[in-house]
Design a protein around this ligand. Structure first.
Ligand code: ADE
Length: 501
């Protein structure tokens, strides 16, 4: 991930980011930060870059030409490379609020160019030509954009794989959406006569997790009633979904993993948006005379046609979050909605899948499959995370997903290989929606329980992270359905329906 800062005070940004975690990540080559001085592009003999605003008014404006030339110098080599994802952010109090979601979106780019203004702003004409995103870090006015640029670089950099030295990748980390962190304590046990809560010393991880969740809920209710309201609504949805747990496990897990936004709810009809996978999930367990989708769907279409591509906040239940634009991918949980949804959103029904869910809390047995201590089995088999050097093997052997998607999964630490000695014999992974999948065993190595070993490994990994392991199996894939049942997963009786562009 590369950050390019355009500023009148580049040393301020470089200095600020050269220490601590961003500094270390840059030294290790995990991120790259450069800064260009816009003044170096002035054509004025006194190196001026500002002038009076037409129409009068207080203060000076940064002129278009030096900003444009600085931007061109930085971006020309980037745009000459095909498929490079480049965004140009202008930091301004007039921008969209910077949130964790925005940081995640920016982290998917290859290059972020961040333009810092000074004085009273920048000539509008150059902004029109170069800026892709207008971003504000809060409702206050700073003297320049440099601090805002540093905030954005810091928040995005920590999402780049390898920047934080966590053993859990960001995707398999257990996390509760919409809740603030619980309080934390370190040594000594007593300080200023205050004791660390007893439960944290008990060694009972289940009780510790329960206490932490309770504290998170209490703290959120007290300090951020707005977030608490979203959490409460999501819990209500979860209760409804739990009445058909196997059918709805995709939606339930999106909620549990903090990746769900509530887009629409009316009675038992629920529409969620998966923030990591960009997928919409719809369910309406109640038989109605006519399937609707309209209050959401047609409302969305109307707004799309009138030029606004997001739902108006006012149209949503209070506290619900605004969705993205029209869905590219929608998973329906009732067949009777297919025709309506296809027509409304110009989508096509591409896949029918059944959920296979591991409902037990105890780990699956691994004896005869792999060694949990990471040492090789008698036949030399180990299971290990895959890295960039394995990407070609995965891309060649798994054609159902795009090469970019597979490379992204590897980069996120979500793909695992079965190795016989040095030889990669097969792989499996965790999709961006949280489901287990992408299972492949090379024909040469089949009938050696390698598929079982890989899937059991992923089931146990997800259990360790406090998640419910599940996968989506195409309903005509008998071999896979049989494997699931053999491994102790339950297959849902009713399938789900994937609609895509
Ligand atoms: N520049 C000045 N104030 C700002 C703010 N609040 N956010 C982003 N950029 C800024």
């Amino acid at each position: 991930m590369n950050f390019h800062i355009l500023s009148l005070f580049p040393e301020m940004v470089l200095q600020g980011l050269s220490t601590s975690i961003t500094g270390r990540a840059a030294k290790q080559g995990k991120i790259h930060i450069d800064a260009v001085n816009i003044r170096d592009f002035s054509e004025d003999k006194h190196r001026r870059v500002d002038d009076y605003p037409y129409g009068g008014g207080a203060g000076m404006l940064m002129q278009a030409q030096p900003v444009y030339d600085a931007w061109q110098q930085v971006t020309k080599p980037l745009f000459s490379q095909e498929k490079r994802k480049v965004r140009t952010i202008y930091v301004t109090p007039q921008g969209e609020p910077f949130t964790q979601k925005k940081a995640e979106e920016f982290a998917a780019a290859d290059d972020l160019v961040i333009l810092c203004g000074h004085y009273e702003g920048i000539d509008e004409r150059v902004l029109e030509e170069v800026v892709t995103d207008y971003v504000s870090i809060g409702d206050y006015v700073l003297t320049g954009g440099e601090l805002a640029a540093m905030v954005i670089v810091d928040a995005v950099a920590r999402l780049v794989p390898g920047v934080l030295h966590n053993d859990a990748s960001a995707e398999t980390e257990s996390f509760h959406g919409n809740l603030l962190e619980h309080p934390q304590y370190s040594r000594p046990e007593v300080w200023h006569e205050k004791r660390v809560p007893e439960v944290l010393l008990s060694g009972n991880q289940k009780e510790v997790d329960k206490w932490r969740l309770e504290q998170s809920v209490l703290r959120t209710k007290e300090r951020r009633p707005d977030l608490y309201e979203s959490y409460r609504q999501m819990q209500e949805c979860k209760e409804l979904l739990m009445t058909q747990k196997l059918l709805h496990i995709d939606m339930i897990e999106a909620i549990n993993r903090g990746a769900a936004q509530l887009v629409y709810r009316k009675g038992k009809e629920i529409l969620l948006y998966h923030t990591q996978a960009g997928i919409f999930y719809h369910t309406d367990p109640e038989e109605k005379e006519e399937p609707y989708l309209y209050e959401w769907g047609e409302g969305l279409c109307e707004r799309e046609l009138s030029g606004a591509n997001t739902l108006a906040q006012g149209a949503l239940p209070s506290g619900a979050m605004v969705s993205e634009a029209m869905p590219d991918c929608l998973v329906l949980h009732q067949e009777r909605y297919i025709a309506k949804a296809e027509q409304l959103f110009s989508l096509k029904h591409t896949m029918t899948c059944s959920h296979a869910v591991y409902t037990k809390k105890e780990k699956a047995p691994v004896s005869g499959l792999y060694r949990p201590d990471g040492k090789p089995m008698g036949n030399g088999l180990t299971i290990q995370p895959l890295h960039a050097e394995h990407a070609d093997f995965v891309k060649e052997n798994y054609r159902k997903m795009s090469p970019e998607y597979l490379a992204g999964r590897i980069e996120k630490g979500a793909m695992f290989g079965a190795f016989l000695g040095e030889q990669l014999a097969g792989f499996a992974g965790i999709h961006d929606d949280g489901g287990i999948g992408m299972l492949f065993v090379h024909p040469q190595y089949r009938r050696q329980k390698i598929a079982q070993a890989l899937e059991t490994y992923l089931v146990n990994l997800l259990l360790e992270r406090g998640m419910t392991p599940y996968g989506q199996i195409e309903t005509d894939n008998d071999a896979s359905l049989q494997l699931q049942e053999k491994l102790g997963l339950y297959v849902a009786k009713s399938p789900v329906f994937w609609l895509e562009k």
